[in-house]
Each structure stands twice: as C-alpha cells, then as structure tokens.
Write a protein that binds this ligand. Structure first.
Ligand code: FES
Length: 144
C-alpha cells in the first residue's frame, strides 16, 4: 500500500508542470489561445487577459469568452473595431449572451447594446462595464 504515495506525488507534480507549460505556450502562440467560451473549466482562470480570434467574432455581432474566470462578451460592431464588456448583468448578476447586435440577459429580460454596453431594456439600469480590447493581426486581446 505504501508504494502508492510516491506515485501519486509524482503524478501530481507532472500534472502541475504540464499545466504550467500549457499556459505559457497558450500565452505565446498567436491565435492559438482561443477561448472556447462557455466551457467554464477555469483553464484561463489565473490569467488577466483573454485572447479571441478576430475571425471568430461576427461583424455586427459578438462572442462570449472568459477573463480571469469571469464571463465577458467581445463584439465587433464594424469590421476591425472590437469592444469588450463584462458579461455579468448589472441587474442581479446573471450572465448575458450575445444576440445579434445586443446582449440579452436570460434572467429578467434586460437587453444591452453590443457596441456600447448601454442598457436598451431594463430592469437593469447600469451599462455593462467596459474592458480593454486590442486587435493585433487576427488576435484580439482583452484585459480588465
Ligand atoms: Fe439580468 Fe435580472 S439579472 S435582468
């Protein structure tokens, strides 16, 4: 029974090392760190930035992603112009979802403008907090 302890410890160490390597690789690979969005597995939970492929964002639409484990939305109102917002509804904290040129909240029906984050329809009264989004080639980097 005692031989299991060293194996377990080595396995944990290997997993930890592999995870660190994966994070570093992802951060250094242009276009290769696309967030799957909605997976919620916390894979990028410790990172203060999110990367999204520009091509994955429809012009006049938006996609969901995560930044430091929190839901965000990234939209492209016009070609090459990208804006990002927290996806946490300012009414009661549900996660809003892209819906054409809007972000819609499934909980109580609030709707936000995907280009500005402004409230289109309550009960929410405050706009979605804006984040920084930078386009570099085909890669969009979002930071708080
Ligand atoms: Fe979004 Fe209530 S939490 S409308």
């Amino acid at each position: 029974m005692n031989d299991h302890a060293p194996l377990t410890r080595r396995t944990l160490f290997t997993i930890g090392g592999a995870a660190t390597g994966a994070v570093l690789l992802a951060a250094c690979t242009p276009g290769g760190a696309q967030d799957s969005g909605g997976s919620g597995d916390g894979g990028s939970g410790g990172s203060g930035l999110a990367q999204v492929s520009l091509a994955s964002i429809p012009v006049g639409g938006a996609v969901s992603a995560t930044l430091a484990g929190k839901p965000i939305v990234v939209s492209q109102p016009t070609a090459g112009h990208v804006v990002a917002f927290s996806a946490v509804c300012t009414h009661a904290g549900c996660t809003v979802a892209p819906q054409g040129k809007e972000f819609d909240c499934p909980c109580h029906g609030s709707r936000f403008d995907a280009a500005t984050g402004d409230v289109l329809n309550g009960p929410a009264s405050d706009p979605l907090p804006k984040l920084k989004a930078e386009v570099s080639g085909d890669s969009v980097t979002v930071t708080a």
